[in-house]
Design a protein around this ligand. Sequence first.
Ligand SMILES: Nc1ncnc2c1ncn2[C@@H]1O[C@H](COP(=O)(O)OP(=O)(O)OP(=O)(O)O)[C@@H](O)[C@H]1O
Length: 312
Amino acid sequence: MTDPAISTTGLRKAYGKHLVLDGVDLDIPAGTVFSLLGPNGAGKTTMVKILSTLISADGGDVRVAGHHLTREAQAVRAAIGVTGQYSAVDGLLTGEENLRLMADLHHLGRSRGREQARELLEQFDLAEAAGKPAATYSGGMRRRLDLAMTLVGAPRIIFLDEPTTGLDPRSRRTMWQIIRGLVADHGVTIFLTTQYLEEADQLADRIAVLDHGKMVAQGTAEELKRLVPGGHVSLRFADPHGFETASQGLRPISREEETLTLHVPSDGGIRSLRALLDWLDGASVTVDELAVHTPDLDDVFLALTQESESAR
Ligand SMILES: Nc1ncnc2c1ncn2[C@@H]1O[C@H](COP(=O)(O)OP(=O)(O)OP(=O)(O)O)[C@@H](O)[C@H]1O
């Protein structure tokens, strides 16, 4: 499928005078994980609600799963699943009953519904707890059940709104594995909002940062990391002569005499690394060790949303 799973052009939404989305353009290829980042109140949930037809936009053109968002809202709904902050899990029902209820809602039929519930309970490691009320489940189990329920309708696009908020690191990692599996095994498209930059770094093919209603940056995690200063290359030299030669020629940020190490500013990109290696070759100095340090997504997030934060 070459059509993007989700595309928006000039998407706008305001609450009264408060402009929440100010002309957002997006293209998310099918079968990929897209992560939307932004400070609290940036408009991430608003975006998910619009794209999943829960609320309407004020302007812009939106297509989801090849369908026009408003003119073909039914077809959009049939192609998507939403899970996250608004759990569909009924605590009074058992895990299995919750799943079979979803199967009924999708008119799967009795035996097919039962079969699918069993498969999903197995797949999400909930088989043992299948007969217990969901209210007794841990946070991680509830999230897994919620996601399993979303899958009953075999959606092609899944919106995950902060899917691991409040989970412990182990449960978070389990969710990550499940999400990766959904993309690898079923080719679904994931639209993920998260507060955890590590989560976006781990899962997303592309990341966008939303701030003050606009996309302030978009790209792979590596591309975004190159946008902010702080990247450098550390070079450990074989001898003091090479160390001194490079120290004069490369304008390092800092030098460590004892270990004959220089830290040289770099965006970590192939081109600048090649230029650096060419320079070292030309100067005939021997480097024992080279390490590239790129800023992490925390640096990116803080740098890109800093100004607006101070204005809040
Ligand atoms: N129904 C509403 N009426 C008025 N204002 C709203 C409504 N829903 C959201 N807002 C405002 O719109 C802005 C964006 O909210 P939204 O929930 O989309 O942000 P978010 O990026 O998901 O934030 P968080 O990370 O805190 O969940 C906020 O300033 C919020 O107060």
